[in-house]
Design a protein around this ligand. Sequence first.
Ligand SMILES: [Fe+2]
Length: 412
Amino acid sequence: MYKILCRVFQVFMKVAMYMLPWYTPEIIEGSVSGSELISDMKKRDINRVLVVMGPHMLKRGLPLSMLENMAHMGIMYQVFDRITPDPTDAQVEDGVKLYNQIDGQGIVLFGGGSPMDCGKAIAARIARPSKSVKKLQGILRVHSRKRVPIMWAVPTTAGTGSETTMAAVITDRKTNRKKSINDVSIIPHICVFDASLTIGLPPDITAYTGMDALCHAVEAYTNSSYNTDLEDHMAQRSVKLIHDNILGAYSDGTNLFYRKNMQTAAFYAGRAFTRGCVGYVHAIGHAIGGLYKIPHGKTMAILLPHVMRAYGKNAEKKLADLSDICGLSTDCEIPVSEKSQLFINWIESVNRKMSIPSGFDCIKEKDIQIIVRWALEEANPLYPVPKVFGKNQIIAVIRKVMLDNSIHADFI
Ligand SMILES: [Fe+2]
């Protein structure tokens, strides 16, 4: 009965999805230190901006030329970089105060998923000053895009897709629980792509962020019921780009061709999952990652093959499509179940080649119930997953990743 109710809810959601004002950010390609970003601000008569970024960005020097050019062109900016890898509600409030102090007109989201999510949450709070972060977390609680400050997203990683999604994941500083603000109003207005910003990413971060993007595309595609053909096509294109480029970006990080393709893949994956939703990989992964402070992309990479196997026949056809698209199963005589298996095997082989373990050695028995509860609360009934899991199925996945925790050293 519970599973039927989830599916009924999803039918209503599917109809609601058609009524939402979906938005794909305008793309500006080129160098962020060049004139495109600043010209865009001037064109919109924006003269005071909050620049949200991670704490090490200034030390790495990535935004320096952008900031110098802003000052040169008379754009006043305030940098807000007191952000942890999992931004908290307290950090969002600090950002809101700074924005109000400068009487801001817009926000630049510079960095990976954390500063982007924090900046989007700041924008949500500016639009809805009377609502706390806690009250904004959930679905469609911001409402008015007109009241949301204009946002320029400048990704320096290729993974979260936050530059094109309606989600901002914020951690409650008291409970360590991650929850998302989900509203089309907080999709950034403009995306500035500069692949050279991702050149300095170390191999482990390249691996984690790339596998996060893969997870977005695969979960969105295997869910599919909220998506239109446009999002399905974006998910397919993203998986193919990741298949062709992730190991190159990992082993040859200075190669702009691989980096640019991974940035494009992350964007498409983000756009696909922001409508199509993610699934139990993210739901279980958010709980495990929040409790044990594991990088998001790493939890995604570990859980992805296990959850796809747990979906069984319900995801086989979609995974077989992806296997074909990646050229893993060119022989059309191969049964769908085998093609699906080939695709899951490919995910595991990529993990091994990038030294990502196949399980977690940190999950404590006493935490299993809370992981299950958080995962079910996040996923059900919202995510249109191929197979609705109950408590026992979530526990089975957790036990699988607890038991299976060997690290393979099969380097490229
Ligand atoms: Fe993710």
